[in-house]
Ligand binder design. Structure first.
Ligand code: FAD
Length: 533
């Protein structure tokens, strides 16, 4: 019996066969891609082999199946040395395990991972690797391989660190520097500042950055824009700023400089550009200025004391000459009268001779005394600022005024500088202030009012006190030499106002007691201002 012939549905079989053949012959994804790009498969291998990045392909357990040339160059391992070894052959214990955990956690979720880890070369040296690992999936989306790509970024990292270190150093230097620092951007806002600036800004009633900017560049907004555009130099300035929080008024020296920053964005890679900042540096010079002012005041005080000493000596000697002159003149007159009347009896001859001798010697002595009167050194004529001189004199007298609890009211206007002798004018104002303080004694309401203004072409300075005043009959006499109303006078010889009168005359001015003033004494000094002032 022959085997039964299989009965088949030939067309269906053919169709099935053709379908199987179609499935078998269907090109893979890679084959289809190769066909589409028209590139030979070896090219992909060559490209990977010659790529300048260390590339490795592993199995799902990270055992190396392939490594390119760059891999050997970077790691020092030949392919044969690492083949079938785990990628951990490169690992260094300095990489924290959390990094590997993160790497594997991504890979197990079939996600690529990029990060930095410390690798060890064949020779044991370490380098920082920037690694990207990506899973390679088959058609059923199962991970069949991993692709690893890494490069040595040690130098890059060192540069980044160096920049960061430098920045940290600059930041801490700026924070430690005993000065304010603020970088102002184009909008006028503070882009960067140091700790002292921020401390001051926190107790300043207003916008400190803006205030400093206005002090250096002026109020108008366009002005800052113009200066910024032209990178124009801005002159240094000093400014008084009141800070809260118990800090008080500070004197700050301001310096402004321009800084162009390079643009780090990708857009600016091939063309220059970037931000222009206005850097403001503020140094607190309060105590420096106070010290300078103290030194100036002390020097002035010493100078005035010296001048006063010489003048006092001059006055005492002049007074002595004056007082001795009188008896000698009397003796001389008596002698002349005796001679004229031929009254020279023998009995008195010796006495008359003695008187003659005394007169002669007295004259010689007076002459020598007169010659030895010291001269107050002449001071040069220069620009003299009355407001400044008045302020200096008030400063010189601060201790006395405070000690004697005297209220000082000052109204000093703008007065152009005059040509004169500043030292002499200072002495003049000091004399008037001292007189005012002396005059008030121990009265209850003790105040001095100092006013200075310009009237026409004349600078008018008045110094008023709340003392007993000067009787009108003495308004001229007080300026006479050796006139003194006080028994206990500081200016012993009564020459103070004479000196004042002399100094005013040297400056072609006038000084008088204001007869309209009733609440004490008001001395008025008028000094002509030169043409063109
Ligand atoms: P391991 O014992 O290898 O592993 C540490 C942690 O990773 C453990 O928590 C462990 O559970 C987990 N882990 C390890 N292997 C697997 C795995 N197959 N599946 C799931 N979890 C796992 N490491 C480097 O130090 N330098 C490299 O340049 C580097 N390149 C790599 C390239 C590729 C393509 C791949 C896939 C991995 C690479 N690795 C690299 C990681 C490496 O395989 C090790 O995981 C790592 O070096 C830590 O090694 P280990 O011996 O200290 O710890």
């Amino acid at each position: 019996m022959s085997a039964p012939k299989p009965t088949t549905n030939q067309p269906a079989v053919d169709e099935a066969r053709s379908a199987v053949a179609q499935v078998r012959n269907r090109p893979t994804y890679e084959e289809r891609a190769l066909e589409r790009f028209g590139l030979p498969p070896e090219l992909y291998f060559k490209a990977v082999e010659q790529a300048p990045v260390a590339i490795s392909i592993t199995d799902p357990r990270a055992n190396i199946l392939y490594a390119n040339r760059a891999f050997s160059l970077v790691t020092g391992f030949s392919f044969e040395e690492v083949q079938h070894h785990n990628e951990s052959v490169l690992s260094d214990r300095r990489t924290p395990s959390i990094v590997y955990e993160s790497l594997w956690s991504s890979l197990l979720r079939q996600r690529p991972w990029t990060g930095r880890l410390v690798n060890r070369r064949r020779d044991g040296t370490r380098y920082l690797a920037e690694l990207t690992v990506a899973p390679v999936l088959d058609e059923s989306r199962t991970t069949i391989h991993y692709l690893g790509m890494h490069r040595d970024v040690t130098e890059e990292h060192m540069l980044e660190q160096a920049v960061q270190n430098q920045r940290a150093l600059i930041d801490s230097l700026l924070d430690c520097a005993p000065m304010w620092f603020a970088a102002i951007e184009g909008s006028g806002g503070v882009a960067l500042s140091n700790a002292p600036f921020r401390d001051a800004a926190s107790v300043f009633d207003g916008d400190l950055g803006r205030t400093l900017l206005i002090a250096l560049c002026g109020d108008a907004e366009e002005r800052f824009a113009d200066l910024r555009e032209a990178r124009a130099p801005v002159p240094d300035r000093e400014l008084e700023i009141e800070l809260g929080g118990g800090v008080g008024v500070r004197r700050v020296s301001l310096v402004g400089r321009w800084l162009d920053e390079n643009d780090s964005s990708a857009d600016a890679f091939f063309r220059s550009g970037g931000q222009r900042y206005f850097l403001i540096f503020g140094t607190d010079v309060t105590s420096l200025r106070e010290q300078e002012s103290q030194v100036r005041t002390n020097a002035m005080r010493a100078l005035i004391a010296e001048e006063e000493r010489v003048q006092e000596l001059q006055e005492i000697l002049n007074a002595a000459v004056f007082r001795f002159q009188l008896p000698i003149n009397l003796l001389s007159t008596a002698l002349r009268s005796a001679e004229r009347h031929g009254y020279e009896p023998l009995a008195h001859k010796t006495l008359v001779e003695a008187v003659r001798q005394a007169v002669r010697e007295g004259r010689e002595l007076l002459e020598r005394l007169g010659e030895s009167v010291p001269e107050v050194p002449d001071t040069p004529v220069e620009e003299a600022s009355i407001p400044q001189l008045l302020r200096e004199v008030l400063q010189l007298s601060t201790h006395r005024l405070m000690a004697e609890d005297i209220v000082v009211d000052v109204a000093i206007g703008d007065i152009p500088a005059l040509r004169g002798k500043p030292g002499r004018l200072r002495a003049l104002f000091k004399e008037l202030i001292d007189n005012a303080i002396d005059a008030m004694g121990s009265g209850t309401e003790r105040a001095i009012v100092v006013k200075a203004s310009v009237e026409g072409r004349t600078a008018v300075v008045s110094i008023a006190d709340t003392g007993p005043g000067i009787p009108e009959a003495l308004h001229y006499k007080v300026f006479e030499p050796l006139f003194s109303r006080s028994k206990n006078k500081r200016d012993g010889a009564g020459m103070g106002l004479t000196r004042v009168q002399n100094i005013v005359s040297e400056h072609s001015g006038t000084v008088y007691v204001d007869s309209n003033y009733r609440d004490g004494c008001r001395m008025v000094v008028e000094l002509p201002l030169q043409e063109g002032q």
